[in-house]
Design a protein around this ligand. Structure first.
Ligand SMILES: *[C@@H]1O[C@H](CO)[C@@H](O)[C@H](O)[C@H]1NC(C)=O
Ligand SMILES: *[C@@H]1O[C@H](CO)[C@@H](O)[C@H](O)[C@H]1NC(C)=O
Ligand SMILES: *[C@@H]1O[C@H](CO)[C@@H](O)[C@H](O)[C@H]1NC(C)=O
Length: 637
């Protein structure tokens, strides 16, 4: 899964790249809405500089857009390692839903004045990503009164990982503390804005199903400590303050203000908790899927399109899912027959998981095994399918927290920070060794690590490099993150393990199929819930019948699908698209097809919408086959 901060289940790129170019300096403390007004003025004054090349104009507009994003999403900006806006928080006022649209429309207008004729091929692609980023946001403005009005759920929000939100700020100077204090003081205002939005959602009948918010009060409860000095938010005011080169009186003053800010913040959390338990929960929607909301089916189509970035209808996605489930099932059943196993897929996997031969007993052994897979079993094979592989290594380390099985955290382009494959070693005997290879391929090479180092060395503009994989609730009125590309690639990398002959036996293949069929089921279940009116029980039964997953895991998954319509479809759709494009290229190019060049085309432009990926590959096919004309993309999958 999928947040910047905590990769939950399938290791999205945790994008904490530090990329500083120029920053608009806003001095003093402005409220976010004042900043927005300032930007509108700024935006209209800075037209693309006359006389520059189209490429320069594009780069300068993209840079300006990213500077606006940094200002507009200050918490995200802190996550990227840029500390210019540590003193503020994102504006969740109702009016910001309108002002952001106005700002983006102005960027669109100015982008349209840049002629694409004179751009290089990679500039053209960047132009299209920029245009897609802006127009996806703007064209979904009509949905602002749905998801964006429900800004917290059991997967997302300020209650999920407060230690992280505190940790990412700096605490080295007095000014750092002033910034943190200022952010702390603004948080309760933001919480009140959340409540205003939730109330508006309830008034319009655009709420979540209760499974999305049931756990919220319980997540907030542990934060409401009686003594504010024991709060995670107060932590920076404990021992770290002593290291500051300031007087004792000044330290005491910081602590006093810190304490008061934390008291107010906890009151804010309490307010949300009470509102959810005493009010919102009684107004949640009655249907599991969004189809029960006014214009719900249209909303689902818009969410689905946002996530998969290609034009497929819910019917087509549902059908694709069923076909894939049948295809992968038959692979699994072939192995079951070989072994004369007569039960269900779930039973088959259950007995596999119980076999001692698939377990290692210590964290050390497990870590050694993962490293052996990456450096000895996979890396030596890579050059058979990739060219010009950037020389940036990945390290394999123990995950500090007890999160998911594995996660990938991107490094930096200059190699000063390596990409890291974090593996969960907390309960070594619960890891099934037959599933480790699929996970490793997905997270490291040729999966997310390889994908990330190609993108890092491609010198993409900041807005393409630093993507805010957050605020899923706001979809489709949100800037796209091209999960279908990134996670589609991760899943495709699992299939490359077969192409490269890396899976050593049927057991490792079963590990791979188990991962794959679960992604295929999502196409069926997500569309089932949100478009075809499936009940939660129907969805659970479908997953239990076709995947190796346990009941508990399935229930959490289903609650996630109910909460973020369309999101879970991105993985399989992305992988199918890459495979389809490879097949098209092979058919059209015959002996001229080179898989290394094909993969370079996919990876060298960084994350893009699948619509554009199709165009990139078609242009390449035309170049290789000697046709001058460029294709406009298109085609069914
Ligand atoms: C930008 O995107 C919009 C919306 O998809 C599209 O109508 C327009 O043609 C695009 N502009 C260019 C120059 O590609
Ligand atoms: C990558 O790092 C690992 C672990 O530090 C090391 O064993 C391996 O040789 C390195 N590979 C390259 C190509 O530097
Ligand atoms: C794993 O080990 C722990 C501690 O030794 C034990 O309690 C648990 O039952 C074991 N689990 C499995 C699946 O073997």
């Amino acid at each position: 899964m999928w947040f910047n901060r905590r990769d939950a289940s399938e290791g999205i790129l945790l994008n904490k790249t530090i990329s500083r170019s120029e920053t608009a300096v806003i001095s003093g403390l402005m409220t976010s809405s004042l900043v927005l007004v300032a930007v509108i003025v700024l935006a209209t004054q800075l037209a693309p500089s006359a006389g520059g090349s189209a490429g320069d104009d594009l780069r300068s507009l993209e840079a300006e857009f990213y500077r606006w994003r940094e200002m507009d999403s200050p918490e995200f900006t802190t996550e990227t390692g840029v500390h210019t806006y540590d003193n503020t928080v994102e504006d969740f006022s109702m009016v910001s839903l309108e002002t952001r649209k106005a700002i983006i429309d102005d960027f669109i207008r100015r982008l349209s004045t840049i002629s694409t004729d004179a751009l290089t091929t990679s500039e053209k692609y960047s132009y299209e990503v920029f245009n897609d980023t802006l127009s996806t946001f703007s064209s979904n403005h009509q949905w602002r009164v749905y998801g964006p009005l429900n800004p917290l759920n059991f997967l997302e929000g300020d209650q999920i990982d407060p230690a992280y939100t505190v940790r990412i700020l700096n605490y080295e100077t007095k000014q750092d503390y002033e910034n943190y204090l200022s952010r702390l003081q603004l948080w309760p205002t933001k919480f009140n804005q959340y409540i205003t939005r939730f109330k508006e959602a309830a008034k319009n009948g655009h709420t979540y199903h209760r499974v999305s918010v049931d756990k919220l009060p319980g997540q907030i409860e542990p934060l409401l400590v009686a003594n504010p000095e024991t709060s995670v938010f107060y932590k920076p005011f404990t021992t770290d303050v002593d290291k500051l080169p300031i007087s004792i009186t000044a330290k005491t003053d910081l602590r006093t203000r810190g304490r008061q800010a934390v008291v107010n913040l906890l009151d804010g959390f309490k307010g949300i908790k009470e509102y959810i338990e005493q009010d919102y929960i009684f107004q949640t929607r009655s249907t599991y899927g969004v189809l029960g909301l006014p214009k719900g089916k249209d909303l689902y189509r818009a969410c689905l399109k946002w996530h998969i970035s290609v034009d497929l209808t819910p019917e087509e996605v549902h059908q694709k899912g069923k076909e894939e489930v049948a295809r992968i099932s038959s692979e699994i059943q072939m192995i079951m027959r070989k072994r004369k196993f007569t039960g269900t897929v779930a039973e088959f996997y259950k007995q596999l998981k119980e076999q001692p031969q698939f377990h290692l007993n210590s964290a050390d052994e497990l870590l050694k095994e993962y490293r052996y897979m990456v450096y000895e079993r996979i890396y030596p094979q890579l050059s058979r399918a990739f060219k010009n592989i950037p020389n940036l290594n990945v390290s394999v380390e123990s995950m500090p927290n007890d999160g998911t099985g594995g996660a990938y955290i991107a490094g930096t382009a200059d190699g000063s920070r390596q990409g890291v494959f974090q593996v969960n070693l907390k309960r070594p005997n619960e890891t099934n060794t037959f599933s480790m290879m699929a996970l490793t391929l997905h997270e490291t090479v040729p999966g997310h690590h390889l994908q990330s180092v190609y993108a890092l060395t491609a010198s993409l503009p900041d807005f393409q490099r630093n993507i805010e994989y957050e605020k899923y609730f706001a979809v489709p009125y949100h800037f796209p993150f091209y999960t279908a590309y990134t996670e589609g690639w991760g899943l495709y990398a699992e299939s490359l393990g077969e192409y490269l002959g890396i899976y050593k036996d049927d057991n490792e293949l079963l590990g791979r199929y188990g991962e794959e069929i679960f992604r295929a089921c999502r196409l069926v279940v997500d569309t089932g819930l949100h478009y075809f009116g499936w009940t939660r029980q129907q969805a659970i039964t479908y997953m239990a019948d076709h995947t190796p997953m346990g009941r508990n895991e399935i229930e959490i998954e289903i609650n996630r699908y109910i909460t973020t319509p369309g999101q879970a479809c991105a993985y399989k759709i992305g992988e199918l698209k890459i495979k389809e494009l490879r097949q098209t290229a092979m058919d059209k190019l015959g002996s001229k097809f080179d898989i290394g060049d094909f993969h370079s085309q996919i990876l060298e432009n960084g994350p893009v919408p699948l619509r554009l990926l199709e165009k990139i590959v078609n242009n390449w096919i035309n170049d290789v086959s000697g046709n001058a004309a460029t294709s406009s993309g298109g085609g069914a999958m």
